[in-house]
Design a protein around this ligand. Sequence first.
Ligand SMILES: CC(=O)SCCNC(=O)CCNC(=O)[C@H](O)C(C)(C)COP(=O)(O)OP(=O)(O)OC[C@H]1O[C@@H](n2cnc3c(N)ncnc32)[C@H](O)[C@@H]1OP(=O)(O)O
Ligand SMILES: CC(C)C(=O)C(=O)O
Length: 797
Amino acid sequence: MPMLADPSQKYKPYTPLNLPDRQWPSKVITKPPIWLSTDLRDGNQALANPMTIPQKTLFFQTLLKCGFKEIEVAYPAASDTDFNFVRGLIEQKQVPDDVWVQVLTPAREDLIKRTVESVAGAKRAIIHMYNATSCLFREVVFRHSKEETLALAVKHTKIIKQLTEECTAKYGTIFKYEYSPETFTQTEPEFAVEVCEAVKAAWGKAGLGDERIIFNLPATVEVGPPNHYADQVEYFCRHISEREKCAISLHPHNDRGQGIAAAELAMLAGADRVEGCLFGNGERTGNVDIVNLALNQYTQGISPGLDFSDLPTIIDVVTQCNDLPVHPRHPYAGELVFTAFSGSHQDAIKKGFEAQRVRHAEAAKKGEKQYWHMPYLPIDPAELGCTYEAVIRVNAQSGKGGIAYLVQQHLGLDMPRKMQISFYQVVQEVADREAREMSVEDITATFRRTYHYGGSSFEGRLVLKSFKISAGPSSSGDEAADERRQFDGALSVDGVLRVIRGDGNGPLSALLDALRTHLDIDLSLREYSEHAIGQGQDSKAASYVELVPPARDIKEIRQSTSSWWGVGVDADIAGSGLRAVLSAVNNAIGDRELPELKLSVGYSASTSQADIASIILNELGLELPRRLQAAFFETVQRAARVSDGKMSYGDLVTLFRTTYNYEVPDRSSRFAVKNFKMENLGESGRKELTGEFMINGKLTQVAGEGNGLLTAAIAALNTHIDGRVSIREYAEHSIGEGSDAKAASYVELAYEADGGAIKLNSWGIAKDTDITASGLKALLSACSGVDAMHRKITQQN
Ligand SMILES: CC(=O)SCCNC(=O)CCNC(=O)[C@H](O)C(C)(C)COP(=O)(O)OP(=O)(O)OC[C@H]1O[C@@H](n2cnc3c(N)ncnc32)[C@H](O)[C@@H]1OP(=O)(O)O
Ligand SMILES: CC(C)C(=O)C(=O)O
C-alpha cells in the first residue's frame, strides 16, 4: 500500500491544549526525579522471550548497583515465573530495606489478590494498578462509558486498599499506591483529573512524603509532540487537588522518537517521578531511556542519583538479559558514540584534551572547578567506564590529529606537527589501500615499522650499539672548544659492527659527520625537538628529528622538498637524539648499498683507525677507546710494512692480542693481580686496597689508598717500583648481556723514572665478570707493558 498523498484523510492531528499561561517553557531542571525502573515489567513484557528468573535476578541486582530505589519487578498475575520471581526476592531477602518493589496489576479482583499476595512480607511495596481511560479504549476495548471507567478504577482501588491493609496487618509490609490512567495522553485532560480525584478519594489516605499517592501519567503510545505532553502534565498538576499529597509520575514511550524530550519537558511541567527502562527497552519503540535521561542531567551538572560509571558491564547484563543489542549510535551507551573517525573531529578532540590539561592544571592551582569543555564530547567517556582508546578510530576519513592522539596515548610520543603530517600520509596510504579501519594495533605497528622504533623486530639497517659524546677540539679560532662535540660509537650496520667517529657542534651533527665519513651517508638536520616521557627516576627522553638531503646552507636546508623523520627514546637525552637520527637515516637510505668493512693496510692502505677498531669489535667484542685505536693503528701499519701489506682478520687479531698481552694463553707476566680486597675508609668515600700483586715477577703484599680503585692501586704500586706510574686514560664497557655479561677495561698508563729522563706509555686491556677485577687486571697489564719497554731500554743501554 503506497503512502497517501493526503495523509489528513487518514490521520487526525493531536488537539493542542488551550494553556496560554503555561509555565514550563521558562523553567529549568534543577534536581533529579524519583526514578522507577520498569525493565523487569514493561521492558520484560515487550520481549519475544521474557526473562528467566536467573536473568531477572541478575538484572535486579544490576539495577540496585545503579542506585534505583523503586523497581517495578513484575506483573505477578501474568505468570508463575513473574510471581515466583517476586516471592524469591522477598523470601531470599534480596531487596534492600530502602528499596521499593513495585508490581503491576489490572483492575481485576482475582489478579489484584494474586498481586498483593506476591509482595506479602516485603519491607516496602508499591501496588500499581491501571485501567485505560481514553475514549478509544473506553469504547473499543472495555465498551465502557466514562462513568463505568471511573467506577472500575474506584472499585479496584478500594479492593487494593483493603487487601494491602490486611497484608500490612499480617506481614508489616509498607505500601504505596500507584494509579495509572492508561492512555493518559489520549484521554480528555479533565477526565483524567476526574478519574484520579475519584481514585484518591477511594484510597482515602494520601499524605505527604512516602504517603503520597502516585499518579502515573503514561504516554502509553506517543501520539503528540513533547510540548503537548508537557501541557497535559502541567494541566494535570494544576488541577489535581492536594497536589502536595500526589507524586506525579511520567511513563513516556518513544513512538515518535521523542520520549526523552517528552520526559524532560514534562519534568519542567511539574512531574516528580519518571518510569523508564535502561537503554529504552519496552513496548514497540520502547519506554523512555533512563540512562539517557539521567546522563543528560549529569552533563548539566546535576547529580542524577544513579551511577552508570561501569556502563560497559551494565550494557553486558542488559543485552544478555533482553537479548537485544544496544545500537552503536545509542546516546552515551553506543559503541561508537565516543569515537571520531573524521579528521576534523579527531583534530578538535586532540586539541581539546591538550588545552584541557593546561586549563585544569591552572584551575587546580587556583582551587577552581575543572570544567569539562571538549569539542564533540559532551561527557567525559572515562566516567562511563570507557577508555579514551575508543574515542579516536582511524580510517581513510581520518586526519593527522587523531592518529597523533593514538600514538601519544599508546606509545607516549608527542610527535611534532610536521612529523604528524608525514606519518598521517603513511597511515592514510595503508588505510586507503586496504579500505578498512586501522586499529590502534595497526597504527602503532605502522609507526614502529616506519620509524624502526621499539624493539629488535622493528630495527633498521643501522642500530646504535654504544656511544660516547665528549667535548671536542674547536674547529675555528673563534669557537669555544666546549661547544664542539665528538661522537665515538659503535653501530650495527647490516649486522656488522662498525666503529665510527665524527665531530660537530653538537652530538647530532657529530653523528651525522661520522656517518658521512665512515658510511658515505650524507644528510643534514632540519628539525629537532624533544620531550620527557614520564616523571622522576623512570622518566625518559623522546627526540624527533627531520633530516634532509645534503645541503650547503640553511637556505637549502629550509627549501628541501624531501625529508625523513625519525624518533628515538632513551633514558639519556643525547641517546634519544642519536637514536632519532638513526631512525631517520634508516628511512633515508632505504636499501641503498653502504660501503663494506674491508681490511686494507700497508702502502695503499684505505682502512682507517675506526675500521681496524671495527674488526676488533666484531672479532673480540672490544670497543677500543679513541686513543687506543690510534695506538693500535700505528702498530698495524708497522706490521703491515713488514708483511708487505698482507694481513688477514686472523693476523690482525693475533697482533692485537700479543701487543696488549690480551688473553694470550700461557704467557706469564711480571705484573699481575693475585688477590685483592677493597674497603671503604669511613664516610670519606676514600678506598683502601690490600692484596697480593705480582710485581717485577715477585709476589708482593700491597696496600694503597685513594679516591677510587685505580688511584688506590697506583698508590700501592708506586711504593714498590722505581719511578712513578699514573693513569692517563681509563675506559670500560660491558660485553654481552644478562648473566653472561662481562666487563672490559682499558687503562693507559704513563711511567716516569730517573727524574723525567724516562717517560713511557702503555695500554692494558682486561676482561672479567667483575668490573673491579677487570680494572685492576687492565692496570697490571699496562704495568707489564711499561715494564717490558723499560727493560728493553735498560738492556739497550
Ligand atoms: C500499557 C501496558 O503495558 S499495560 C500492561 C500490559 N501487560 C500485560 O498485558 C502483560 C501481562 N498480561 C497478561 O498476562 C494477561 O493479559 C492477563 C493475565 C493480565 C489477563 O489475561 P486474560 O484474562 O486472558 O485477558 P487478556 O489478556 O485477553 O486481556 C484482555 C481483557 O482484559 C481487559 N483489560 C485490559 N486491561 C485491563 C485493565 N487494566 N483492567 C481490567 N481489565 C483490563 C480487557 O478489557 C479484556 O477484557 P475482556 O476479555 O472482557 O474483553
Ligand atoms: C501500565 C501503564 C503504565 C503502561 O505500561 C503504559 O501505559 O505504557
